[in-house]
Design a protein around this ligand. Structure first.
Ligand SMILES: [Zn+2]
Length: 261
């Protein structure tokens, strides 16, 4: 069975920028996998780290269940996602377990280090999938086969130096927007309950605003997620684009981006 693995930094990042694409793949018969590297332990000013870790683990599991995704537990704490071999062995083990032909991860340029380090770990973990001499934690046998890595849009659609990042591929997430919202809503510790207006709080609205903004960039879709494909070298054949192939009319190539490649 075709398999896709989303690797993000924090609990709720997948719901913000990747979940729509996962849902569309799932609807086409793909097996989907969900991994946040961090426990999200710093994501509260009310609860201590241990309590926050516990609450957010339960939230992320419920969100993954709504998406119909296989859940993989976090391996680090907030601001402690560093590019080191210890974490790389852990991420590589998940890649070998999920055997994905698509890996979705953060943008190499993003607003914070956890996102960018997660991206680097995801890329190297995918790169090492077929290397028997790279030992994973837990130890898993190397796996054969092509994998294509796609980078999500950065937070705010800009890099850390405020430059705009454009998408190579737009994915029409309108048909799965309500499920994406339901999954995001499971992250209750992250919602600002004091700022409820018009029946929807600012946390959920932020995701809606972001998917509309990417939709506007596509000039076709009302809600969209944007992706950039990683270099094929070491991963797959040059012309392989499994996301675009799988999603058909729900995927739109950005001709302007392609001209600049
Ligand atoms: Zn994040």
């Amino acid at each position: 069975m075709n398999s896709a693995l989303a690797i993000a930094a924090h609990p709720d990042d997948i719901e913000f920028v990747m979940a729509g694409t996962l849902l569309l793949l799932k609807a086409r018969g793909w097996e989907i996998h969900y991994l946040n590297l961090s426990t999200g332990n710093c994501g509260s000013v009310r609860h201590d780290a241990a309590t926050t870790r516990r609450l957010r683990l339960a939230e992320a599991k419920r969100a993954a269940k709504i998406l119909g995704a296989h859940f993989h537990p976090p391996i680090a704490d907030d601001l402690e996602i560093v590019y080191d071999v210890k974490l790389l062995r852990r991420v590589a083990a998940v890649v070998r377990a999920a055997k994905p032909s698509i890996v979705l991860t953060h943008s190499p340029q993003d607003y914070m280090e956890d996102h960018m380090n997660t991206c680097r770990l995801a890329v190297s973990a995918a790169f090492s999938r077929g290397m028997p001499n790279f030992v994973t934690t837990p130890r898993r046998r190397a796996v054969a086969g092509d994998v294509t890595v796609y980078h999500a849009m950065p937070h705010g659609l800009r890099d850390g130096l405020r430059r705009r990042i454009s998408a190579e591929l737009f994915v029409n997430t309108g048909s799965v927007q309500s499920t994406k919202l339901a999954a995001l809503a499971e992250h209750r510790t992250q919602q600002d309950w004091l700022d409820v207006s018009q029946g929807m709080n600012s946390y959920l609205r932020a995701m809606e605003d972001a998917s509309r903004a990417v939709g506007r960039l596509s000039r076709r879709f009302a809600h969209a997620e944007g992706w950039r494909r990683h270099s094929h070298l070491g991963f797959c054949a040059e012309d392989t684009d499994p996301l675009r192939t799988a999603l058909g009319r729900d995927a739109l190539l950005n001709a302007r981006y392609e001209r600049e490649v």
